[in-house]
Ligand binder design. Structure first.
Ligand SMILES: O=C(O)C(=O)C[C@]1(C(=O)O)C=C[C@@H](O)C=C1
Length: 328
């Protein structure tokens, strides 16, 4: 992947990618957008934390994990694990359209299904469909959609559920029978995944980038949230996602997980970070990377790189004793 941090430069070994497995997850589909088993070692992990910790410990060079779904919102375990512990950075993002297949062992019929296993995010994306077609069916949580399918296919006599909600590929891969295809409350649902590495060389700016941050607000200060948001607004930096997450140590303390349009190499993003650093007690930089949709931000007049440079030069000229009236 052009511009991303390269694992152990100079060594001729295959890069290792940890991902939320087992084989057949939507996460694996995202991973296959950036590499393949021909060029890298692909290591399925049973959960998001394990995948990210493998990068932290150096056992993997990259991790691919889900971060946001268009129906269910942020993937909290990913947001929280990136926000605490040794630094990690996002170096790429991938989008995967998500619809599900309800599948089971041979002999099961749709009418008989009472307990369905899948990932909680998948369940949340199919709630209405389940109420309409299998009212009263119970959710049995699984670590991933493919893990539910794999358990059904394993021949385990008492898997604890009758059917799995997973990708069509998983249903085929694990030899299960399809009871219903195209299951989704929103047929256009998309999940966003991120490629995560240890801090290193940043991906080059492309003009269509995102910067991900985690910030804490000053405690018990009226207007602290507004003050934080103003740092973005006054520099013309648009946000594509903002959500609060409890910090965990006491009630009422929240951090904010933010995706901002632009790259840290751009002046308006740098000025925003400088502002945030001044007004927020904690600012964690979680990476600047190309947007998967290639969408360029609308740059407000006065916030181009050239505008910041010209303003800085003008102030510099004042310091050196040359008092030119700005605009002349
Ligand atoms: O279980 C999977 O297949 C995953 O890749 C995880 C995950 C998620 O965490 O959101 C990914 C896509 C779907 O939205 C449902 C589940």
């Amino acid at each position: 992947m052009a511009g991303t941090a390269r694992p152990d430069e100079g060594q001729a070994r295959r890069p290792r990618y940890a991902y939320l497995g087992p084989e057949g997850t939507f996460t694996q589909a995202a991973l296959l957008q950036v590499t393949s088993a021909d060029e890298a070692d692909l290591e399925p992990c049973s959960d998001v934390v394990t995948a990210l910790e493998r990068v932290r410990s150096g056992d993997a060079d990259f991790a691919v994990v889900p971060i946001e779904n268009s129906v269910e919102g942020g993937v909290n375990v990913t947001l929280d694990t990136l926000s605490t512990g040794a630094p990690l950075v996002i170096v790429g993002e991938m989008l995967v359209p998500v619809t599900f297949t309800l599948c089971a062992r041979p002999g099961m019929t749709l009418e008989k299904v009472r307990r369905i296993s899948t990932h909680p995010h998948a369940w949340a994306q199919c709630r209405r469909w389940i109420t309409e077609h299998l009212d009263g069916a119970v959710h049995v949580p699984a670590t991933s959609t493919a893990a539910a399918a794999a358990l059904l296919a394993s021949g385990e006599p008492e898997p604890g559920f009758d059917a799995a909600l997973c990708s069509e590929l998983s249903a085929r891969q694990y030899g299960l029978e399809v009871l219903a295809a195209g299951v989704a409350d929103n047929p256009h649902a998309v999940t966003r995944f991120v490629l995560v590495a240890r801090p290193g060389r940043l991906p080059e700016p492309t003009g269509a980038d995102k910067t991900t941050l985690m910030v804490h607000l000053a405690d018990n200060e009226a207007g602290a949230l507004l003050n934080m948001l103003e740092q973005f607004a006054t520099r013309g930096v648009n946000l594509s996602r903002i959500e609060s997450r409890p910090i965990g140590d006491s009630l009422g303390r929240y951090s904010f997980s933010i995706d901002a349009e632009g790259h840290v190499a751009e002046e308006r993003v740098q000025a925003t970070l400088i502002g945030l650093h001044r007004v927020c007690p904690t600012v964690r930089f979680l990476g600047s990377y190309p947007r998967a949709d290639g969408q360029r931000p609308h740059v407000r007049p006065g916030t181009y790189d050239a505008d910041f440079r010209a303003a800085r030069e003008w102030v510099g000229s004042l310091l050196s004793g040359y008092s030119r009236v700005e605009g002349d």
